[in-house]
Each structure stands twice: as C-alpha cells, then as structure tokens.
Design a protein around this ligand. Structure first.
Ligand SMILES: [Zn+2]
Length: 63
C-alpha cells in the first residue's frame, strides 16, 4: 500500500507570528502611547492605538 502525502511540500501557515514594528508613537485620537505596530507606519498618516483602531472599524461596519 502506498500513501501519498498531500501538501507536504507546502509550508504551514498556522499562526505565523506577525512582524511588529517597535517605536514610540502617539495615537492620533486619544493620545495613547503606541509602542508596537503590526505595520510600518508612514509618517504622513495618522496612527491609532488598538482601541481607537477597533473603534473606527466598528463604526465603519456598524450594520
Ligand atoms: Zn487611541
């Protein structure tokens, strides 16, 4: 009997830790300190802390 392995050559992608950018920013909304960002901040865009970020997202998707 022979068993073929499916997708054995594919790298697993379960919960790969996201790259975090460390630094010192301030939330454009509430002024909270931001020390980590899941993306590279571009200087001309407002940054939001996690709370404000999710808040804004909620507003957007409200219904
Ligand atoms: Zn904030």
């Amino acid at each position: 009997m022979e068993f073929k392995k499916f997708g054995s050559d594919r790298p697993k992608r379960d919960f790969a830790p996201r790259e975090m950018f460390k630094g010192n920013w301030k939330c454009s909304d509430c002024g909270a300190e931001i020390t980590e960002l899941p993306f590279e901040p571009s200087g001309d865009r407002p940054l939001y802390c996690r709370d404000c970020h999710s808040k804004r997202r909620d507003q957007r998707f409200s219904r």
